[in-house]
Write a protein that binds this ligand. Sequence first.
Ligand code: BGC
Length: 255
Amino acid sequence: MRLDGKVAIVTGGGSGIGQVIAERLASDGASVVIDYVGSPDGAQATARSIEKQNGKGEIFEADVTRIEDIQKLVDAAWNRYGSADILVNNAGIEIRADFWDTTQDDFDKVMAVNLRGPFFLAQEFVRRLRAAGKPGRIINISSVHEDMAFPGFSTYCCSKGGMRMLMRDLAVELGPLGITCNNVAPGAIITPINESLLENKPKLNALLANIPLNRLGEPKDVASVVSFLASEEASYVNGSTFVVDGGLMCNYHEQ
Ligand code: BGC
């Protein structure tokens, strides 16, 4: 299998896109450390589904906004499986607020989960790989909003725009160590993060009208690109964003 013998850490592996990425990497042969925060139910469901397909996966609670947790998460991979090869920075949140009403607390929360967490988790991962002289893969789940405006979500856009530059910087700085870094940028995918949109028919229809494929994406549409980026076939891919949005970002039409 494509990822036989590899070890992957997937943050936010208890729901949505992260859950399906963890399942996909395990079905490709990787051992997966399934990170979650709060209730373990979702992560346990991920682990059970991995077990059912005879894959290897273990859950581990770590809050990516806490440095101690980040260190423990990377330790968990090394203690359990001897090392890690692939880091998927997937955990993310969004808070809707008009720009003029956005609070410092909203800003800090979104940045802490979506940007500061991936930054320091990647740092811890790289320190371990560098000490061992091992190559690795960093795959960030960003968003079409790493590049595209999203009114009402300025904090989210700042965090994902930051993730775009983090990826580009790491591609250059870590390339000489044999560690690649790429982003996968999902558009509108059916997950808990956009539950309220899914329940709002007029908004949903307006969004669908902007998606050339005329459907929302599914987590597996994102997971298949992550699987490729984690594999040997992507060994020369470094410093790119892979948009998975049904054509949303390219679509412009006069009303
Ligand atoms: C956001 C969704 C949004 C989608 C397309 C995603 O990054 O999480 O809320 O619907 O982008 O705009």
